[in-house]
Design a protein around this ligand. Structure first.
Ligand code: ADP
Length: 493
């Protein structure tokens, strides 16, 4: 009989369930998109019931498939969009407001107030995070302050908070288990990453009651069993980990110094720093990479807001390409970027700038410039933004020489080579491209003994293609100077 592990990958635009065999190969994927709500400028919401119904459907599809393949599902792992915030009534199970998505900016003013009150150092030292509306804490605060039902339920001790992992687990276990994992907790801006506890001082500062928060478990832990009313038979849930950390595990970046970068809609780099907390002087976030047996492995994280989203912009908005893969063909028609740069600061800039107000810039245009140049500049921009993250790491004394990459954009071989050239590192692309889902499956399998150790898991990682830096120093320098000039322009507000 075949044996499988299921990973639920609840993302920002779709819910997916993936059936893995025990060697980490994908056997089946079920995916459903759901609606994005933009009620006001800068606000982004999801309907938690849609998150739930799509997750239920894809999970049932995968269970059905496993039976069709005459196999047995040994356990389930959950990975998820991080920071997105849901508050619900413990008795009725009903959310009291839509999920406020990580991209949502409504709490900016409140964050600015905290910054004015000089709370930055305190919050950074305890949580590893910069004060930003991105994280869950001020989203929770917004709901408590603005949805009357919240205060009423707090009084009755019936209000529960969870990020998406936690909300799904609660529903999957038939409304019983209110747990999250350390990686998701570490993105709330309420969790003390040194002592592994919800931080009472921050909770008090934000007037968030501790009793609404979930219990925080390891990434590989006993999270309970699914309600057979939902899944036919009952399955154990033994893995839980936020999406970027999950990709880090899926890429087997278990050693201090190992680095992964995921190029999806945005791009996220996570550098494993082992048991050491490194506080960045260059606006990288410090976060929990994973927690096993109560011990944290820490990571530094850098975020690029627009990576594949720039390619989507080329396709959907300015219609220069029909599909994402056209980019490679068009770029290859050019010998150089002809001095043209795009800074895709469409929603501000992430690490190391953290500038919410900067906007996009296209520079260096001449009468000769055409579609191919702009397509090239868009793809190149993702490599330059990665270069900026590497410079930030370098300034913090960290110089990784290899990066393991994944996400939709790295299918583009030209991009992967250019990335290697500009950043001057070896770029390794693995065979399994579902690394995010795979990480949660690994964590789930580890708990039930399918995998004996992290080393055992590491042996499953297989190389698809390696890209080695080939560009000469002077060409590289010239390109980077051009980028830096363009960035300066985008920072003029
Ligand atoms: P997410 O998980 O954020 O939805 P994915 O990892 O599925 O993202 O990657 C999708 C992104 O990758 C899209 O933004 C798409 O434009 C981009 N992409 C896909 N294929 C290519 C390609 N061949 N070249 C450049 N970008 C690509």
């Amino acid at each position: 009989m075949h044996k499988f592990i299921v990973s639920i990958d609840q993302g920002t635009t779709s819910s997916r369930a993936i059936l893995f065999d025990l060697s980490g190969r994908v056997k089946f994927v079920s995916q459903m998109e759901f609606k994005q709500y933009f009620p006001k400028d800068g606000w982004v919401e999801h309907d938690p019931d849609e998150i739930w119904s799509t997750t239920q459907k894809v999970l049932r599809n995968v269970i059905k498939k496993s039976k069709h393949l005459k196999g047995k599902i040994l356990t389930i792992g959950i990975t998820n969009q991080r920071e997105t915030t849901i508050l619900w009534d413990k008795h009725s199970g009903k959310p009291i407001y839509n999920a406020i998505v990580w991209q949502d900016r409504r709490a900016v003013d409140y964050c600015n107030k905290l910054i004015k009150q000089k709370k930055e150092t305190l919050i950074y030292n305890k949580t590893g995070l910069l004060i930003d509306a991105y994280f869950s804490a001020t989203k929770i605060k917004w709901i408590i302050d603005n949805v009357p039902k919240a205060k009423e339920l707090i009084k009755k001790r019936r209000l529960l908070f969870g990020t998406v992992d936690c909300f799904l687990l609660w529903r999957l276990t038939g409304g019983t288990n209110h747990f999250t994992d350390a990686t998701n907790a570490s993105r709330t801006m309420l969790f003390n990453i040194i002592n592994n506890k919800w931080d009472r001082q921050i909770l008090k500062m934000l007037k968030i009651p501790e009793h609404i928060l979930p219990e925080v478990k390891d990434c590989s832990d006993d999270f309970g069993h699914t309600d057979p009313k939902i899944t036919g038979e009952s399955y154990s849930i033994t893995g839980m980990i936020g999406d970027q950390q999950s990709a880090t595990v899926g890429q087997c970046c278990f050693e201090a110094g190992s680095l992964k970068s995921t190029y999806g809609t945005g791009a996220f780099l996570l550098l494993n720093t082992g048991s050491r907390i490194i506080y960045s002087k260059n606006k990288l976030l410090t976060t929990i990479g994973f927690r096993l047996n109560g011990r944290n492995v820490y990571a530094l994280e850098g975020s690029i807001f627009i990576a594949g989203a720039g390619i989507q912009w080329l396709r959907d908005k300015i219609k220069f390409i029909k599909k994402a893969s056209d980019t490679e063909r068009l770029i290859k028609k050019l010998n150089s970027n002809n001095g043209i740069y795009l800074v895709p600061a469409f929603t501000g800039l992430g690490t190391p700038y953290w500038n919410a107000k900067s906007r996009g810039v296209l520079s260096g245009l001449t009468r000769d410039s055409g579609i191919n140049d702009i397509v090239r500049a868009t793809v190149e921009s993702v490599a330059y933004q990665t270069y900026d993250l590497f410079e930030a790491m370098k300034n913090d004394g960290l110089r990784p020489k290899i990066v393991r990459v994944d996400g939709g954009m790295v299918k583009n071989n030209w991009f992967a080579q250019f990335l290697s050239d500009v950043v001057n590192v070896k770029v390794l692309r693995p065979k399994v491209d579902e690394t995010t889902a795979l990480g949660a499956a690994f964590m789930a399998g580890l708990k039930i003994g399918v995998y004996k150790s992290l080393k055992d898991i590491s042996n499953k990682w297989k190389l698809d293609k390696k890209f080695i830096p080939k560009m000469g120093l002077s060409k590289r320098k010239k390109l980077i100077i051009g980028w830096q000039k363009a960035i300066k322009r985008s920072l003029i507000i």
